[in-house]
Write a protein that binds this ligand. Structure first.
Ligand code: LLP
Length: 429
């Protein structure tokens, strides 16, 4: 079951509610519209797939950090994957159990690591200097850190280069040639470090589960080597990265179950606790960015639909040439011809497009138009470029009511940043 459906008379609905009706009842445009039950269903798909395994589902909160969504996932039993001190603070604020949280990153700061050590979250070590900082953090916090080695397995995830992370020349993780150095360093710091597992993350938008199999085989092999040196490690963290059906072609893509079944026997054979770090596959398809059409224009051979949403609210098409499905929320008037349009925003950049060469009925000004699969890496990557303030977020609840889950940012919010300016002391001269 999926939350966004077309009614028989041609209206786009979210959990049975017409998106057009929601548009008529909220004060700002564009806005993000989520389905809370869809978030639950996506989480349950992972939980069901993991039955029979010891596991932690660590939601990668970089994908979407709405506090209401985090609290909902936490109540369902989810853990959290964090890449900054503020993400860690937010996870704690949302009530996540720190022992189900994992702190990742290639540039973790000492003060962030101190917080992680104090709270007892798992830390993935990424480099030599990172290990130095983790040791210092453990001393400052007076606590041993539960450590996972982030190994860069050099498996090609076959995705856009900007979202590939586990290849040989990536900035993330450590190469296996250095494994022994790290094991020796851990052995030398028994008061600060407890090695508990190994981690890898291959990349994002992965649509073939063989890639996870290849990585898991390598990782289990490293775990065997690490255990052979007397380390008692229990955790295999295979990261996130499962892709979704952005194209809406109905093509069957691997599900969470397919992913888990691929590695299940390997994990059981070594008696491991499996950590996974999904972001996109938990949250992307639960949401649309809902926009109004401002107008339609033609230039040269191109036809454009200009909407009020833009690359400021949703940058993935501009940044990765990503495809996100676009459709109108209401049936078009009989006789409205289908044309090929670029769907663009009002931002002063030629890269400001939400979709290129889309076959759509010519919309009237004021019509509703959605960009699908906007739950992951859209609001969390939104900017205020051109002073397009960040949009509000709503969700449809189980009983069909609509609730605001984040206020719109306002012009007044922007002015407020300048209220407290103080002069800096005069350096130099
Ligand atoms: N774990 C680690 C260590 C990661 O770096 C990431 C994502 C995840 C888990 C979650 O991956 P997911 O399941 O969401 O694929 N902004 C890009 C995606 C960047 C992903 C960064 N790392 C996009 O919009 O496609």
């Amino acid at each position: 079951k999926h939350c966004f459906t077309k009614s028989e008379d041609g209206y786009l609905c979210c959990e049975g509610l017409r998106v057009e009706d929601v548009m008529n009842n909220v004060e700002k445009s564009p806005f993000y519209l989520y389905s809370k039950p869809q978030i639950t269903r996506n989480f349950q798909a992972y939980r069901d797939a993991l039955e029979g395994l010891d596991s932690i589902i660590g939601y990668a909160i970089k994908a979407n950090n709405n506090l209401k969504i985090l609290e909902h996932l936490r109540k369902l039993g989810c853990g959290a994957v964090l890449v900054s001190g503020n993400e860690l603070r937010l996870a704690l604020h949302a009530g996540f159990d720190p022992t189900r949280c994992i702190f990742n990153g290639n540039g973790k700061l000492l003060k962030e690591l101190v917080l992680a050590a104090q709270e007892g979250v798992f830390v993935n070590v990424d480099s030599e200097f990172d290990l130095d900082n983790i040791i210092s953090a453990a001393r400052i916090a007076g606590k041993k850190v539960n450590l996972l080695l982030r190994i860069n397995p050099d498996v090609d995830p076959q995705v856009h280069p900007y979202v590939a992370t586990g290849n040989k020349n990536s900035k993330f993780g450590i190469r296996n040639e250095k494994l022994q150095w790290f094991l020796d360093a851990v052995k030398a710091h028994p008061n600060e470090l407890k090695l508990v597992g190994a981690h890898c993350h291959l990349g994002s938008t992965i649509t073939k589960v063989d890639i996870f199999w290849d990585a898991a085989v390598l990782m289990v092999n490293y775990i065997d080597q690490i255990r052979a040196q007397g380390f008692k490690i229990d955790y295999l963290n295979i990261g996130g990265g499962l892709g979704i059906d952005y194209y809406h072609t109905g093509a069957v893509l691997p599900s969470p179950r397919d992913l888990i079944d691929t590695v299940r026997e390997l994990v059981l054979s070594r008696d491991l606790n499996l950590i996974i770090e999904p972001g996109r596959s938990l949250i992307a398809n639960t949401c649309c960015l809902v926009n109004h059409v401002t107008g339609v224009k033609t230039n040269g051979t191109k036809k454009f639909i200009v909407i009020d949403g833009s690359m400021a609210e949703l940058i993935r098409p501009s940044l990765y040439d990503a495809y996100q499905h676009i459709e109108l929320v209401s049936p078009s008037s009989p006789g409205a011809g289908i044309s090929t349009f670029d769907v663009v925003g009002p931002v002063c950049e030629s890269a400001d497009f939400l979709g290129k060469d889309r076959e759509l009925p010519t919309p009237a000004s004021g019509a509703g138009l959605v960009v699908h699969d906007a739950g992951a890496y859209c609001m969390s990557m939104a900017s205020t470029y051109n002073l397009k303030m960040r949009p509000p977020e709503y969700w449809v609840e189980e009983d069909g009511s609509v609730a605001k889950i984040r206020h719109a940012e306002t012009f007044e919010d922007h002015i407020r940043y300048f209220e407290v300016l103080v002069e800096l002391p005069n350096y130099g001269n």
